[in-house]
Design a protein around this ligand. Sequence first.
Ligand SMILES: Nc1ncnc2c1ncn2[C@@H]1O[C@H](COP(=O)(O)OP(=O)(O)O)[C@@H](O)[C@H]1O
Ligand SMILES: [Mg+2]
Length: 391
Amino acid sequence: MARMSVKNTPIDAPYRRAERKNRRGSGKLPVVLLYGIDPSWTPEEQQEVIRQSRRLGFAMRRRGHSVRFLPVSHPNLRSVLAAYEPHRVVIFNWCEELPGRRRSEHKVAETLESLRFIYTGSPPQVIRLSYDKGRVKRILEAHGVPTPRWKLFRSPEEEGWDCYPAIVKLAREHCSIGVDSGAVVFTPAQLRQRVEYVINTYRQPALVEDFIDGPEYHVPLLGNDPIEMLPPVERDFSALEDPAKHICSYKAKFVPDSEEYQKITSYVPARLSAEQMAQLEEICKKAYRAVGCRDYGRIDVRMRDGQFYVLDVNPNADISHDASLAVAAEKAGYCYGELGSRLVALAAQRHPALQSVLKRPPEAPAPEGLAGLPEANASLGHPLTPSEVIP
Ligand SMILES: Nc1ncnc2c1ncn2[C@@H]1O[C@H](COP(=O)(O)OP(=O)(O)O)[C@@H](O)[C@H]1O
Ligand SMILES: [Mg+2]
């Protein structure tokens, strides 16, 4: 199985030696890169995920981290993690779902938490919250974050919507599932039909929103306190004639030979004035904090008539090398390995062993297995100080 072939691959051997050396105190924090491989995927899909995780893992190794690859190919995450001790490692959580368990993204973080592992990214409750678009919108509104006008439809018969064009989305989904050009509606009859389609096909309420026809900004954020905005990525839809195609649909994101994929142009950084950029930064940081994102995230925003609207908050944003977050990081001067390294450094600040390292007088030795922590962070240009450690 793919899991075994990855774990036992000979390329790991030199790094096991390096890891042993690191534990003796010369290197950096041992990282376990956790990623999902669902046996029901096609061999090509599995290979692609293996390629992606190797790309990140190797990039981090080049930054001096000791990285072990840990594929998850069945839903029993506890048994997968059994060989690792929480106080010796930091988990790089790139496991988006437990194999065979739909919408189990939060379960991964939940299990890591219950086993007391320190891991990169948001806690389970935040990941779960992000799947409930209605709740997220209520939170954003309560915090004064501008977001498109909206209404939740539990039945196609519901009344009370008069704003067109509108977009009909699934109330509990991600990855543009159910978002195609048919989701943009221009009349009450189309709205009713699409709401009916969403409810009957996906067995969940439909979220109807004011369709903001304008450029879209994918705004990656890093850190906790402080939070850093990376250069926003702009998506320009103007080459597509049909306004209903002015969306980051499933096709636009994942089907390279589609018109949408080919005609949407990206600009990094976004073509915004310094004043607009500052406004975008303020809105996105507010949204990030309001939802409770940790370590990293991506806020999707649109602009119409000079006004920004937050569409979506992604605490578990895609960190593939070609996704907005990594592309923006590169623009900001962080190579891929450095981005991974920064995420590990952020997670490491929550590590109890690191906190004792920081509290100890400088001459005392660091605990076995975590000896490299402060060094690892210093090499990123972000030396850890006790004041940076979350209490
Ligand atoms: N109110 C809206 N106005 C214009 N486009 C929208 C709106 N809501 C969603 N979209 C388009 O649909 C895409 C997917 O919607 P989003 O809310 O981000 O859902 P998902 O969680 O599936 O990514 C967005 O990236 C955007 O292109
Ligand atoms: Mg989105």
